[in-house]
Design a protein around this ligand. Structure first.
Ligand SMILES: [Zn+2]
Ligand SMILES: [Zn+2]
Length: 328
């Protein structure tokens, strides 16, 4: 079920806290904003719509939103805090221009994996990590204003990039299963790979249709800067798997490589999907994780059946030529 901004606020409202007209109004104005506001920015926005609300009330509400998890406080080293909403807005990192003071958001599964690795190696339980890259933005450096900036929501960028990862993974999965079905000698194993290749092709079509739908919400969406970086993510697994297939592997090994790819892919999408705030991007990740789980289960089942068949075949051969088996 699609959750709305107001049900999001309701779900975070602390127990026993009453609804208030003024506070709801301030929260709603805040949730409509993209980017990182100072408390004074919010005061200006609210006062433009309603002169009667005091600065103190707005400050108090902002703190209430931070405590309730509706707003996140960020410090860009300017000597004052800024605030961003967390509605359909995953935690992210920032690029901060020291000339124009604008900030740009991004996420990177590789950086997060690295942070987990470092924390794990030091037996440290990470709660929150802040990564800021300070410098000069393209517009300030070149004087050219990038057209594809602003005017869209992070939610949309996030959904676009989540779909791009899923599509890239699906493509490399298709390539992997097509190659696997062409080298498999066992008839049943070949059918399994063919079936998976067909499934990947069908899912690819669904994902691409969803991507085209998304593009209709914002004509410039394709050319907007990347939000979610995924260099070493799941699609790399299948590409590596497809490479291994070219080095002459038997049916059993091919299934094993498939299992490894699907397991890695399932884990990747589930782990990141669970971490994101409720959003289209999150749904894309979790649905894809389920799909990979189904493929994984299928491959494991086939692997066991293949081993079983091979054992029977060997058993039958051994009965025919008992001596040869002993020397093998
Ligand atoms: Zn700048
Ligand atoms: Zn931000």
């Amino acid at each position: 079920m699609e959750s709305t901004a107001s049900s999001f606020v309701e779900s975070l409202r602390p127990a026993g806290s009453k609804r208030s007209g003024k506070r709801d109004f301030i929260v709603n104005v805040f949730l409509r904003q993209e980017g990182h506001l100072t408390a004074d920015n919010l005061v200006d926005l609210i006062r433009r719509e309603d002169q009667r609300i005091s600065r103190a009330t707005i400050y108090r509400t902002l703190q209430w939103m931070v405590d309730a998890g509706i707003a996140r406080k960020v410090d860009f080293g300017e000597g004052r805090f800024r605030f961003e909403h967390s509605y359909r807005h995953p935690r992210h990192f920032h690029l901060i221009c020291k000339t124009c003071n604008r900030s740009f958001e991004f996420l990177s599964s590789d950086i997060e994996a690295l942070i987990e690795e470092v924390a794990g190696a030091r037996n440290f339980t990470p709660r929150q990590s802040v990564l800021q890259i300070h410098g000069t933005c393209e517009a300030c450096r070149t004087g050219r204003q990038s057209e594809a900036e602003g005017g869209t929501t992070t939610e949309l960028l996030f959904a676009r990039d989540a779909l791009r990862i899923a599509i890239a993974t699906e493509r490399s999965g298709l390539e992997f299963y097509t190659r696997a079905s062409s080298i498999t000698k066992d008839a049943r194993g070949r059918r399994v790979f063919q079936k998976l290749a067909e499934e990947e092709k069908e899912h690819l079509g669904t994902l691409e249709a969803r991507y085209r739908e998304l593009l209709q919400q914002d004509p410039q969406l394709e050319s907007r800067p990347t939000f979610l970086f995924f260099k070493g993510a799941a699609n790399g697994l299948f590409a590596a798997g497809a490479d291994q297939l070219t080095k002459g592997v038997d049916d059993q090994k091919a299934l094993m490589i498939g299992i490894r790819c699907e397991r890695g892919s399932h884990k990747f999408f589930k782990r990141y999907g669970e971490r994101f705030e409720d959003s289209e991007g999150k749904r894309i990740f979790l649905e894809f994780a389920d799909e990979e789980r189904t493929h994984l289960d299928l491959l494991i089942r086939e692997y066991r059946l293949l081993v079983e068949r091979q054992r029977k075949r060997r058993g039958a051969r051994a009965k025919r030529k008992p001596r040869q088996r002993a020397s093998a």
